[in-house]
Design a protein around this ligand. Structure first.
Ligand code: 5AD
Ligand code: SF4
Length: 443
């Protein structure tokens, strides 16, 4: 029987990219990809554990497959992987409540998937393989990319920061940086393959420290300067940077490197220094604001997005209001806002004064109103301007509308053609919404 697979991805870009790798590995082994989950005989869930609702969505979706698995037995394979699998309590739940799952693996051993499937089919035994920590970085893995013209490039794995609310250091392990030569080689190959824009990925790209073959070291800004020299590459972005490690050298890179997009995602998490301290973020409200000022002095056009958590344990009304005033002061182009979610095994799980759900929701709504108001105003200011847009493809609204991103990561929808996909086109902005711009191609 022809082996077909489908991957469902939950969570962040890191997971999206891991799924591209999983797909690449399976295609290399002769498996075929299907568009719809229902058409595949191998189903893979790449999970996220950042907040409780991610856990719930996964278990909900997984549960829906039980009937099919019971009916089809060996002819239908269910695999689960990703961040959730790095937690023992999740493995225990899978074993007791979802014993029909065939293959379980973690974040550190993606490359094992083809072998685990071979073992499953040959030995007719369920496969469980979790590595507690990341070993040496496995290089040279294939990727079946989502886009031809832009690509994710991992520069480091793991996180050493241990923000007190966050599960990532436990699910992704300690920081490990890829070798500069590996990254540069990968980007050069991608560019030869038609890629115009790269998104450098890491939980905290600012603490990247790569050791070159000759033993010398390259930090994150050195890497940007080096990638900026690659002919044919048009845009460099990165995600995510931690404010505590954002160096003056990196700020200077915005001035010197024309390919580095004038955009930064700079998660603030909270506006009150006392909350930031309890979150173990290791910067204050004042130092964050000073950083934003420095960035804007160096790169006046820079757009800034952020992540904000509301209802962190012990957050008082006054402290929450400091988040509101900070958002108004920075005037973010956009912000991802989250209700604090207790994560098992993190320090904040044990903190006193957990905030009642109703209070969290009220604060969340108040924050979103402020954030959206600012986003809408910021977007309004683009009307009449001409922006360079890297065209991604047909827009969500269908018809003749195509979508793409400006250098500042703003989504623009405009009437276009399929010939524009992957090209940089000039678009005059004619209207704006809270989350996107509308325009018309001028050349
Ligand atoms: N609850 C709510 N939001 C969280 N984030 C991380 N952990 C939690 C949590 N326990 C948010 C942070 C981070 C983003 C990726 O997810 O804002 O920057
Ligand atoms: Fe989580 Fe903090 Fe690491 Fe980001 S820096 S992944 S929020 S622990």
């Amino acid at each position: 029987m022809k082996k077909t697979f489908h991957i469902t991805t939950f969570g962040c870009q890191m997971n999206e990219h891991d799924s591209e790798t999983l797909a690449g590995l399976l295609l290399e082994k002769g498996y075929e990809r299907t568009e719809a989950r229902k058409d595949a005989n191998i189903v893979i869930f790449n999970t996220c554990s950042i907040r409780e609702n991610a856990d719930k969505r996964f278990f909900g979706t997984l549960g829906q497959l039980k009937k099919k698995k019971m009916e089809q037995g060996e002819n239908f394979t269910v695999c689960v992987c990703g961040c959730m699998m790095q937690q023992q309590h999740i493995i225990d739940t899978l074993k007791t409540k979802y014993p029909w799952v065939d293959v379980i693996f973690g974040t550190h051993n993606l490359h094992e998937l083809p072998v685990l499937l071979d073992h499953l089919y040959e030995e007719k035994e369920k496969q469980l393989s979790i590595w507690p920590e990341g070993g040496d970085i496995v290089e040279g893995l294939p990727a079946d990319r989502l886009f031809r013209h832009k690509a994710f490039v991992n520069i480091m794995y793991g996180c050493n920061n241990f923000c007190t609310y966050c599960i990532v250091p436990y699910t992704r392990g300690r920081e490990r940086s890829r070798k500069p030569e590996e990254i540069i080689g990968e980007v050069e190959r991608l560019v030869k393959d038609g890629v115009r824009e790269i998104m450098l990925l890491g939980q905290n790209v600012n603490s990247y420290m790569g050791t070159c073959q000759d033993g010398s070291q390259m930090d994150f800004s050195d890497l940007i300067y080096r990638l900026n020299e690659i002919d044919g590459l048009a845009r460099i972005r990165f995600m995510t940077s931690h404010p505590k490690d954002l160096s003056d050298k990196l700020i200077q890179a915005y001035v010197d490197c024309e390919k580095l997009c004038n955009y930064i995602h700079l998660p603030v998490q909270a506006g009150a220094s006392q909350v930031l301290k309890r979150m173990n973020r290791r910067y204050s409200r004042e130092s964050y604001l000073a950083l934003v000022k420095k960035l804007r002095e160096a790169a006046p056009e820079i757009t800034i997005s952020t992540d904000i958590i509301v209802g962190f344990p012990g957050e008082t009304e006054e402290q929450f209001e400091e988040t509101l005033t900070l958002a108004k002061e920075v005037r973010y182009d956009s912000a991802f806002t989250f209700l604090y979610s207790i994560r098992k095994g993190t320090p904040a799980e044990k903190f006193e004064n957990q905030i009642p759900e109703t209070v969290k929701h009220q604060r969340f709504n108040r924050l979103v109103e402020v954030i959206n108001g600012i986003s809408a105003e910021k977007n309004q200011a683009y009307v009449g301007r001409i922006e360079t847009v890297l065209v991604d493809g047909p827009g969500k609204t269908g018809g003749r509308m195509y979508g793409g991103r400006t250098e500042g990561f703003k989504l623009v929808n405009f009437p276009g053609t399929s010939a524009m996909i992957g090209k940089l086109v000039k678009v005059r902005i004619t209207a704006s919404n809270t989350f996107s711009l509308v325009g018309e191609v001028v050349e």
